[in-house]
Design a protein around this ligand. Sequence first.
Ligand code: BG6
Ligand code: MG
Length: 215
Amino acid sequence: MNNIKACIFDLDGVIVDTAKYHYLAWKRLANELGFDFDENDNERLKGVSRMDSLEILLEIGNKNFNDETKKELAVKKNSWYVEYISKMTEDEILPGVKEFLTLLRNCGIKISLGSVSKNSMRILNSINLTSYFDAIIDGTKITNAKPDPEVFLKGAKELDVDPKNCVVFEDAAAGIEAAINAGMYCIGVGSPEILHRANKVIGSFVNKDLSVLEF
Ligand code: BG6
Ligand code: MG
């Protein structure tokens, strides 16, 4: 029997479905640069940092720019993305998430955010979920993106919980690898084909209780 003391949640794709807004903004940039970008391509960007995502996008479009232009393109994409997410409300919290966070809190299990997004605070505030987290580690606090374990290890440290007593919830293959690299249990949220390296995979948080934390 394992002894889980903390749960670490990725944000995009686990708590909210922001992948659709990232997709719309990257597609708009691709179209402006003269090529198309589809939802299959978008799968490659999940869990990947903003600048690494831009590199993948430019590789798909076979485009090359200097560093200064790349920075401008990333700023442009982000301004469109922020425009989309600024309209988000509590209604966009994925089904069962709030109930599951409440259950964890009531049972004394600590909760951290572990996201590479620099927009995490903006999103958590607009969906009114900030107060549920004992620690928030986001893209502004880390130097290495997933699959590096930094984002999860920092969360465990801030919560003062040993990594082997932590569970990570993730929707991206890069995030599952980061959890494995951190020495934590991991639960994939989404499709078993993509998340097969996780200890288990769930479709959603609907009706989930503490038995999901048994491995
Ligand atoms: C991750 C998303 O959570 O955050 C990626 O899955 C995104 O798609 C990354 O690129 C960085 O997000 P942001 O908000 O800092 O551009
Ligand atoms: Mg994600």
